[in-house]
Design a binder for this molecule. Structure first.
Ligand SMILES: O=C(O)CCC(=O)C(=O)O
Length: 255
């Protein structure tokens, strides 16, 4: 595993310290107290590089993560047939994994030529979403689910930089099932002949983990989940997002 810069902190403890501000900042202090109610103290690992800002933690212990994985296997309805295809430069490709989208009513997320409508939240998805909110203080109205049957299933390099995503809200990525490598590559260093040499940042996303991709990570860095033929077990990844309603694209909808 390549090295990356890490800093451990307890998010809520740090926020509590920041709340010990003097009288002129009373309003700020009150806001911090509200924030604290949302926070669940988990130890965060900071992952930083030029233009990359992420936080990583284990959100669920093995027993809970196993339970959530099994519940999702029963509840989630993935897109099939034409709905499981991407458009790249006018050509249609099968997605090398399964995908589903859930969220608040009327929300739609568009990428790679497809427009995916949110199905209503299931109870398990609400439970995971609310755990992420307690841990981060952020609220989310949409989740993209990717299911990888084994190490052949993968996702290619891309950025989650669609204009309908609220940049003030991190993308919160929850992983359940097989641990998989996850690679960030800077946009100016993606090929051997690139003008800059910036090392990729590589992590392993564990069962029950939470990775927060904070602004401006998705402006400068592509990410991917490469093929790993030795991985024989399935994995489910949930990326919780906040979509700004009036910035959604209109067009062909997949429901
Ligand atoms: O499965 C993963 O960890 C990555 C998913 C991803 O890149 C995405 O949802 O944009």
């Amino acid at each position: 595993m390549d090295k990356f810069v890490t800093r451990y902190r307890k998010r809520s403890a740090v926020e509590a310290d920041e709340c010990k501000t003097e009288e002129p900042f009373k309003k700020y202090k009150e806001e911090c107290e509200v924030e604290e109610e949302f926070s669940q103290p988990i130890p965060w690992k900071k992952i930083e590089a030029e233009g990359l800002d992420c936080d990583y933690s284990l959100l669920f212990d093995k027993e809970e993560a196993d339970h959530l994985f099994n519940q999702l296997e029963e509840e989630v309805e993935y897109f099939t047939g034409d709905k499981a295809k991407l458009q790249v430069y006018g050509r249609s490709y099968s997605v090398p994994r399964k995908q589903a989208t859930y969220g608040d009513e009327g929300l739609m997320y568009s990428f790679s030529g497809v427009h995916l409508m949110a199905k209503p939240w299931t109870s398990t998805l609400e439970r995971i979403r609310d755990a992420v909110t307690r841990a981060t203080g952020h609220t989310f109205n949409f989740v993209l689910i990717n299911r990888y049957n084994d190490g052949h299933d993968h996702i290619g390099e891309h950025r989650d930089d669609e204009r309908e995503l609220d940049p003030a809200c991190p993308i919160a990525s929850v992983s359940l099932g097989a641990a998989r490598d996850f690679i960030f590559r800077h946009k100016d260093a993606r090929t051997g002949s690139s003008k800059r040499q910036i090392e990729p940042v590589k992590l392993e996303l564990a069962h029950g983990s939470l990775l927060l991709m904070n602004y401006p990570t998705n402006t400068y860095w592509y990410h991917s989940l490469p093929v790993r033929k030795k991985v024989k077990m399935p994995r489910i990844n949930l990326t919780f997002r906040r979509i700004v309603k009036n910035r959604q694209k209109t067009g062909f909808k997949i429901e």
